[in-house]
Design a protein around this ligand. Structure first.
Ligand code: 5RP
Length: 223
């Protein structure tokens, strides 16, 4: 079994009858959604809240009953992937382009679990490009600001070489930061820029991380 499948299936064990469950996006979350789909087919009653059109399509095929984030009071548990997780449980997300909806769903969740293979556990964030979701109007001005800061911005492109458009209708600018020494400062700065809709820094947002190692999954509780 590959490590992504291992942690996806392990995380699905946290889903219990009657829960409202946030369903993450990406190649790791895929396995969790498949496992939850099997549980529903075997009779478990849950409501899913998806974080992307990609996950909605998968969940619908599996017969998982879905509601939008606005149609539920609270989400009991959200399970999602991550691109990097530092030693102090800060994370970056958005490699799959779904960071805005993922952050909204996480913010209305009582508990958040991230599922990753061992390669995602890092000392410091920043080696993986940090996505910033921006309004198309004025995005080149933001691009220039990032360039001047030395963040080596690049517009995310789709498979046709066109600018990638998110489920929210925005663009993504990926920043090649190298190392993010002060994630909270960077997040506040990004939040202050007009036209930035969201960014991939997910700080102080996770409760439990399940890491896949060849010898088995390890469950880490964030402090
Ligand atoms: C999508 C995400 C994903 O959860 C993240 O990119 C990890 O993806 P994968 O499990 O495919 O490596 O944030 O926006």
């Amino acid at each position: 079994m590959n490590l992504k499948q291992m942690v996806g299936e392990k995380a699905a064990e946290y889903v219990k009858d009657g829960m409202v469950v946030g369903l993450g996006t990406g190649s790791t979350a895929y396995y969790m959604v498949e496992a939850v789909g099997r549980m529903v087919q075997e009779g478990m009653s849950i409501i899913g809240v998806t974080t992307s059109s990609q996950t909605t399509e998968q969940a619908e095929k599996l017969g998982i009953p879905l509601r939008s984030v606005d149609e539920v009071d609270v989400i009991d548990l959200t399970i999602d992937g991550a691109d990097e997780i530092s030693r102090d449980f800060q994370g970056t997300k958005g490699g799959g382009g779904a960071l805005l909806f993922e952050k909204i769903v996480a913010d209305y969740s009582k508990k958040v679990i991230w599922i990753v293979d061992e390669s995602k556990m890092v000392e410091e964030l920043g080696a993986f490009p940090l996505p910033v979701e921006v309004m198309p109007y004025g995005s080149l001005q933001l691009f220039r600001i990032f360039e001047k800061k030395g963040y080596k911005p690049a517009y995310r492109l789709d498979e046709n070489g066109e600018k990638f458009v998110t489920d929210g209708g925005h663009l993504l600018i990926d920043l090649a930061m190298g190392t993010i020494e002060k994630p909270h400062e960077l997040a506040s700065w990004l939040d202050s820029l007009t036209g930035v809709v969201e960014h991939g820094l997910f700080l102080d947002r996770v409760n439990t991380v399940i890491v896949g190692y060849p010898e088995g999954p390890k469950v880490l509780e964030a402090r």
